[in-house]
Design a protein around this ligand. Structure first.
Ligand SMILES: [Cu+2]
Length: 132
């Protein structure tokens, strides 16, 4: 068997294994979701010296593009972290920061302040609900 034939057989084998994996074995949790075509825009505020997100609960449908515009009213930094979607952004004082992601899985996920910011830091949490 020539080298070229072996190479072609190897490439065919790789492509076939990839197809078998994606078709039969890929876990639901990491399968790509179809985009819904909708964009959900949410205005959120980190209230001055209150260590709260307003609103603290946000909702989207799976496949939605979510844009959260967060205004930090404080004179110090906060962070906005949503581990389920690998997001962690710094929020500078008296500024709006836009966080964009695709709500690619259903469930209830917690977001929180990721920058040690004072008395209420550990209570500065909120919830993202992604519905079917
Ligand atoms: Cu904090």
């Amino acid at each position: 068997m020539s080298k070229i034939t072996k190479l072609i057989l190897f490439i065919v084998f790789l492509a076939a294994s990839g197809w078998v994996y994606v078709t039969f074995y890929q876990p639901e949790a990491i399968k790509p979701v179809a985009g819904s075509g909708h964009t959900v825009e949410i205005k959120m505020i980190a209230r001055e010296n209150q260590w709260v997100w307003d609103p603290s609960t946000v909702t989207a449908k799976v496949g939605d593009k979510v844009i959260i515009r967060i205004f930090n009213e404080d004179n110090y930094d906060h962070g906005w972290a949503l581990e389920a979607f690998a997001i962690n952004r710094r929020l500078f004082p008296k500024q709006e920061t836009a966080v964009e992601f695709i709500a690619a899985k259903t469930g209830t996920f917690q977001f929180y302040c990721s920058v040690p910011c004072g008395d209420g830091h550990y209570g500065q949490v909120g919830t993202l609900i992604v519905e079917e």
